[in-house]
Write a protein of this length. Structure first.
Length: 192
């Protein structure tokens, strides 16, 4: 109940900090909030917290029931779309959310920063540890090719152009790798 009290105090403080131009009787609303908190607490003590939450929850609240994924409900409401991958993955339906939230301007594109950070961390750690020092051009190209293939999602998901490592056999990949990093750097400077 302490948590409910803290929430009530926070809401009360927020209400008091606003200018009251609407004609709402703040004292009366404070008393109603206090009484609702007391009633919730009493119901929770007598019938349990679950019953109290069910009694006091908003009519728009969504209950998570065992065996029912909230993602399936959001997909049924077309707020998200199921991708054709196994295991199932979902992506946001931007148009539906924009309508729901009444957003009139274009939303910024989603950026897959964790993939970029992972690639950057691998490169930085490899450089700091001297992982590529003293390697022949052939071995360096081979290791860089493996690195980019292992982190290809950083480029693909963010729609950053990068040369296909398979098109650069042997020691030819070093220059293509430099192009990949230049494209990544250019992308970062344009989106940040």
């Amino acid at each position: 109940m302490k948590q409910q009290f803290v929430v009530s105090v926070f809401v009360l403080a927020a209400c008091l900090s606003c200018n009251n131009k609407s004609g709402i009787n703040i004292e009366k609303e404070k008393e109603a909030m206090k009484q609702a908190d007391i009633d919730f607490s009493n119901l929770s003590k007598s019938k349990g917290m679950k019953a109290a939450f069910l009694q006091y929850m908003d009519t728009a609240a969504v209950l998570l029931r065992p065996g029912h994924s909230p993602l399936k409900g959001m997909a049924a409401g077309q707020l998200i779309e199921k991708a054709r991958k196994k295991p199932a993955q979902y992506r946001v339906n931007v148009e539906k959310w924009s309508d729901l939230l009444e957003i009139k301007h274009d939303l910024p594109r989603w950026r897959f920063w964790p993939k970029v950070y992972s690639l950057a961390a691998t490169l930085i750690i490899g450089e700091e540890n001297g992982e590529w020092d003293g390697q022949s051009q052939y071995m360096l190209s081979s290791n860089l090719r493996d690195l980019v293939e292992g982190h290809a999602e950083a480029f693909v998901l963010n729609q950053i152009g990068f040369p296909d490592p398979r098109q650069y056999p042997g020691e030819q990949y070093s220059s293509a790798f430099a192009d990949s990093i230049a494209n990544l750097a250019a992308w970062i400077t344009t989106v940040v």
